[in-house]
Each structure stands twice: as C-alpha cells, then as structure tokens.
Design a protein around this ligand. Structure first.
Ligand code: 5GP
Length: 202
C-alpha cells in the first residue's frame, strides 16, 4: 500500500447455484449499488419473454457460438441444459484492472474453469459463492411459480440442480437461500468482507 489512498483491483465474484435460487437477482441488485458490473453471458438458448439481447444475454446461434469458441473469444464456456453458455474475455480483465468488481453468474463447470485458470490477475481477484436452494421441493415451487419455463424445461432444470448441488463445497462461500431479505443481507456481508481482501490492494 504505497499511498494514502490505496488503489485496488476489482473483485471477480463467481456465483453459481441451481436456476431459481435467486442468484441472478442477488448479483444484479449488488451491481445497482455501484462499483460493480454484471457480466452479460452469451447463450444459444432462446430468450424468455421480456429478456433482451445485450441486457440479459447475448443470444447467439449455435454457429456463431462455435465460431467464437474456435477464435478463442471465451474466458469460459460450458454446455448447460443442452445449450451453450459462455463469458467473453473482452471486458473481464479491463474491469478488474480498473478496480471494478465483476459478477459472473455461471454454472459449476464454468466456475471450475475460472477457478483453475493460471492467470495471476484472476487468482488475486477471484472469489466464489454457491447459492443453495432451501430444498428441491422449494426449488420446484419457485421454478413453477416464475412461470417462464415449460414443464419439460422445469424437470430438466430440477434434475440438473441435484447434480450441481454436489459441488457446493468447491466454493469459498455457501449461502443457503431463505427469504429474499435474508439472502440479500448475507450476500452483502460476504461482499463487504471480500472487498477488503489484501490481495486486491495495489
Ligand atoms: P438460465 O438459462 O436460467 O439463464 O441459466 C442456466 C444456467 O446457466 C445457470 O446456472 C447460469 O448460472 C448458467 N450460465 C449463465 N451464463 C453462463 C456462462 O456464461 N457460462 C456458464 N458456464 N454458465 C452460465
């Protein structure tokens, strides 16, 4: 810490957990407080009603996605629920160097890729949180309640959730979801502490 005003790197916060745990909302709300950005992923799944290209996701065709994989444009990517999802390299490093925290809402395979990458900057900035549903019954109720997925898709997501939940202990933090208010308070507490990490100070 060479100066009275210490500059810091941004925190790279990977958030995983089954669809329906509210993890995307937690990340987006945290970004609204400022100083952080939500990384907009690419996907080959179809937009849900109300979702916008460039806001929720970059919705790509399979051909476009695969061409970008071949050109090495992805920081990480994975096949999830039978579709491609990936984070583009372009912005992550710039934001971290500029002291902006970056949220990645990605699945357990993508998290393993980022966690295992040998990039020094990523190693210094990395933290991760697994958001655990209270139970599979409650997760089913939430997925059915949000009404954005067909019954078949809900079943696919529930089957996938059980497999994803096996990975909770790979993460530094595990947040068991309860009420929205409680989840937001715990999420904020994790962020508050992680932002003070000495590895971020320049
Ligand atoms: P959904 O279709 O519900 O928006 O997302 C399905 C799953 O894909 C979620 O678990 C979400 O975290 C994950 N996901 C979203 N974007 C990415 C990404 O860029 N990379 C990876 N590996 N997973 C992603």
């Amino acid at each position: 810490m060479s100066d009275a005003i210490a500059m810091r790197l941004g925190l790279l916060i990977v958030v995983s957990g089954p669809s329906g745990t509210g993890k995307t909302t937690l990340c987006r709300r945290a970004c609204e407080q400022g100083g952080a950005v939500f990384s907009i992923s690419c996907t080959t799944r179809a937009p849900r009603p109300g979702e916008q290209h460039g806001v929720d996701y970059f919705f790509l065709t399979e051909e476009d996605f695969v061409a970008r994989v071949d050109r090495g444009e992805f920081f990480e990517y994975a096949r999830v629920h039978n579709r491609w999802y990936g984070t583009l390299k372009s912005t992550v490093h710039e934001q971290l160097r500029a002291g902006v925290d970056v949220f990645l809402d990605i699945d357990v395979q993508g998290a393993a890729q980022v966690r295992g990458c040998e990039d020094d900057l990523v190693g210094r900035c990395y933290t991760d949180i697994f958001v655990m549903p209270p139970s599979l019954q409650e997760l089913r109720a939430r997925l059915e309640g949000r009404g954005t997925d067909q019954a078949e898709e809900v079943e696919r997501r529930l089957a996938h959730a059980a497999a994803e939940m096996q990975h909770w202990s790979d993460y530094r933090f595990c947040l068991r979801s309860s009420s929205r208010q409680e989840d937001a308070a715990r999420f904020a507490a994790i962020l508050q502490a992680e932002r003070l990490r000495s590895s971020l100070i320049l």
